[in-house]
Design a protein around this ligand. Structure first.
Ligand SMILES: [Zn+2]
Length: 236
């Protein structure tokens, strides 16, 4: 069998117990990726026993699963999802994430303090914080619960915060086609906090502005005033 042959070929990797009910193609992918993760650590440390103790025996598999979740958007080739697969808390909701509703509302919709987490493309270390979205509908609005789920999904890729901010606002406006849209993201980067310069209180803030928020000062100031009054203090 193809799968057995693959297992035999990779006999140096720790056996993976309790493989879930997944396809053979997925099992092969899982075995390959966990093998490389094991090899990376053993090459780095020169300690082939690193993964032998019970508690970290399954660590390469756990890393594989974490990456699968954290890179979901990249794995899906950056396409907008119909639904996301890594929302265990919300898997009863099967409505498409990109479904919009008609609206006659003409004011600012502000959805702020949305938790966001991504992985920096430079170090593959997480950065996390909050996203704040403002838009003025052009006859279409997104369900409120869709916004955080879309942002969470879109951030699941190796990224830099600057480009991620543009990427998310463009994808959201692909759905909304709003009169104006603004996105502020504020994050703490663990690659800056725990290594290198080791500063754990620096917050990186990025913003992307489109449509009426760019051309009309009053609209932008109104959105910024909402942000100033409501923003969450970020710290680790
Ligand atoms: Zn980094």
């Amino acid at each position: 069998m193809k799968h057995n042959k693959n297992k035999k070929k990779n006999k140096n990797i720790p056996p993976i117990k309790n493989l879930e009910d997944i396809t053979e193609k997925e099992q092969i992918k899982q075995i390959e990726v966990t093998k490389y993760i094991t090899q990376a650590f053993t090459t780095l440390t020169g300690n082939p026993r690193l993964f032998i103790p019970d508690e970290i025996h399954k660590t390469p598999l756990r890393i594989y699963k974490a990456y699968k979740e954290l890179f979901e958007c990249a794995i899906n080739h950056y396409k907008l999802p119909a639904t996301t697969t890594h929302n265990p808390d919300e898997n009863s909701d099967t409505t498409s994430l990109t479904t919009t509703f008609n609206t006659t509302y003409n004011g600012i919709v502000a959805h702020i303090n949305i938790p966001i987490a991504s992985v920096c493309a430079h170090h593959f270390l997480p950065y996390f914080g909050y996203a704040h979205l403002f838009y003025i509908p052009n006859k279409k609005k997104l369900g409120l619960s869709k916004i955080p789920r879309l942002i969470r999904y879109l951030a699941h890729q190796p990224s830099s915060q600057e480009e991620l901010t543009d990427f998310i606002i463009d994808k959201l406006d692909e759905i909304l086609k709003s009169k104006g849209i603004m996105l502020i993201i504020e994050c703490i980067h663990t690659c800056e906090a725990i290594r290198g310069v080791k500063i754990n209180n620096a917050i990186t803030i990025t913003s992307a502005v489109r449509g009426v928020f760019r051309t009309n000062n009053n609209a932008r100031l109104e959105a910024l005033s909402i942000y100033e009054q409501s923003k969450t203090k970020l710290s680790i």
